[in-house]
Design a protein around this ligand. Structure first.
Ligand code: NAD
Length: 488
């Protein structure tokens, strides 16, 4: 097996097509460039064809019985070794994440570490107690459940967390005994190649993990039509997620969709305002706003609106925008030209709608795909700026009369992924927790940032009701058999 070129220094990475344990040469390729310096090529990857996808599923189908039959401890050992490899190669991996999508190196390092933590968590889960024993009406009967791998799982992943997010899916699927066909986002293929290499080096056998790089829309039919496909886990846009659901409507394939967000923070009069401003600034601008859990709306009670907005503008203005490879950078470039154009359309709309610009509001003049961290005020509640997921460093701030209005405005969204309330009043916090329409609720904390062992997902258009991570992962990546044993 020929490993693809390592991502060291400025050597562009290659590869992307891993089928049946072999990195295959590409018949056609696509290239990726550095969001901080778009003239610099960072990688050239295989453009998989539908027939490559079919071969990947066939390989996964062949490998499935053997991987499922392995002692769970052996699968756990493989994941734990992969965690060590990710830690050993943390700097290489972090540099690749930064090169792929412009995440500041400091955050990219954190993400690589999170990837290792996710692998360790699922190494533990692979050998955790499973199944349940039930009493039967017949006391001589043994009645219990066993959990088994579902078979072949597909993971389709986005570019914004190129290492940790795919591992929520791939490590869980492998740990519970499934084989995987992984389709990473085009922009994150370099990171995906490194993660797949780490898993192979750790001992994932041929066919248990297959990587098909390339354009999702060209591979969709081959993915949803694969007879081996037992479960599909997708993170990405609402549009693509719902299209996949429709394409699978006539099949019994398990489906998990993690989609968009338009997350609101509510700031009440008794909040620790400087702390709340720092949290909201970070929530909105971390990863240049390209997180499904990013804070993109803030509703602040009138009594403290002026004070909070001044603190927020100070906190946002203090963020250092710059080269993602610099250790001190807080906000890097957007991930791609497409992303930049999309966010720019919203900045244009804000000018047309004559909203108040508290800071930012422009594409940066520096080289690279940068947008100035932006805070808008006086935006109409029905403006696309308030309703749409912009997926950029843009926050809409609005005053509200009281907590009831804040909650109504926060809930007035097609999305329901995460929300925050800032208050020192326990009763108010509990009211918010009860009434906010989101799958994640944070008190005195920004809307993003969850650990790997807790359920993650949203309400409304943010997810299907099937959660990811934690115990929810076991439910999704295993099937339950109910067993009656009548001893003779
Ligand atoms: P996207 O939907 O365009 O792409 C996601 C993945 O789907 C990529 O791998 C892409 O190649 C693939 N894809 C695209 N079209 C496809 C098709 N027709 N069939 C099969 N696969 C296809 O999303 P994106 O631009 O990569 O990511 C940004 C979106 O992801 C945002 O909406 C964001 O909110 C969402 N996101 C959600 C979460 C979450 O957990 N809820 C986390 C991160 C990102």
């Amino acid at each position: 097996m020929e490993p693809p070129t390592a991502a060291r220094d400025s050597t562009p990475l290659s590869g992307g097509l891993l089928i049946d344990g072999t990195w295959e040469p590409a018949e056609a390729t696509f290239s990726c460039s550095d969001p901080a310096l778009p003239s610099r090529l960072t990688g050239s990857y295989a453009l998989a064809s539908p027939s490559d996808v079919r071969r990947a599923y066939a390989a996964a189908g062949r490998a499935a019985p053997g991987w499922a039959a392995l002692a769970a401890q052996e699968r756990a050992n493989v994941l734990a070794r992969a965690a060590e490899i990710l830690e050993r190669d943390r700097e290489i991996l972090a540099a690749q994440i930064t090169a792929d999508m412009g995440k500041p190196l400091r955050d990219a390092r954190g993400e690589a570490g999170r990837g290792a933590a996710v692998l360790r968590y699922y190494a533990g889960e692979a050998v955790a107690a499973s199944g349940e024993i039930y009493p039967s009406a017949d006391p001589s009967m043994w009645l219990f459940t066993v959990e088994q791998p579902v078979g072949v799982v597909t993971a389709i992943t986005p570019w914004n967390f190129p290492v940790a997010l795919p591992l929520w899916k791939v490590a869980a699927a492998l740990g519970f005994g499934n084989c995987v066909v992984w389709k990473p986002a085009e922009a994150a293929t370099g990171s995906a190649v490194l993660v797949a290499r780490a898993l192979l080096e750790a001992g994932v056998p041929a066919g248990a993990l297959n990587l098909v790089s390339g354009r999702g829309r060209d591979l969709s039919e081959a993915i949803v039509g694969a007879p081996e496909l037992a479960a599909l886990t997708f993170t990405g846009s609402v549009q693509v997620g719902l299209a996949l659901r429709e394409a699978l409507a006539t099949r019994t394939t398990k489906l998990q969709l993690e989609l968009g967000g338009k997350n609101a923070a509510v700031v009440l009069a008794d909040a620790d305002l400087p702390d709340a401003a720092a949290q909201v600034a970070r929530g909105a601008m971390n990863c240049a706003g390209q997180r499904c859990t990013a804070t993109s709306r803030a509703y602040v009670v009138e009594d403290v609106y002026e004070e909070f907005s001044a603190l927020l503008v100070d906190a946002v203005s203090a963020l250092r925008v710059g080269e993602p490879s610099e250790e001190t950078t807080d906000v890097g470039p957007l991930a791609s030209e497409d992303q930049l154009r999309k966010v720019e359309r919203y900045l244009d709309l804000a000018r047309e709608e004559r909203v108040t610009v508290l800071c930012g509001g422009r594409v940066s003049e520096r080289e690279g795909l940068y947008v100035e961290p932006t805070v808008y005020a006086d935006v109409a509640p029905d403006s696309p700026l308030v309703l749409d997921e912009i997926f950029g460093p843009v926050l809409c701030l609005a005053p509200v009369a009281d907590q009831a209005e804040a909650l109504r405005r926060a809930n007035d969204s097609e999305f329901g992924l995460s929300s925050s309330v800032f208050t020192r009043d326990l009763g108010r916090a509990l009211d918010f927790i009860r009434s906010t329409q989101s799958g994640v609720v944070q008190v005195n904390r920004e809307t993003g940032g969850l650990e790997p062992h807790v359920p993650f997902g949203g309400l409304k258009n943010s997810s299907t009701m099937q959660r990811e991570q934690g115990k929810a992962a076991r439910q999704f990546f295993t099937d339950t058999k109910t067993v009656y044993v009548r001893p003779r």
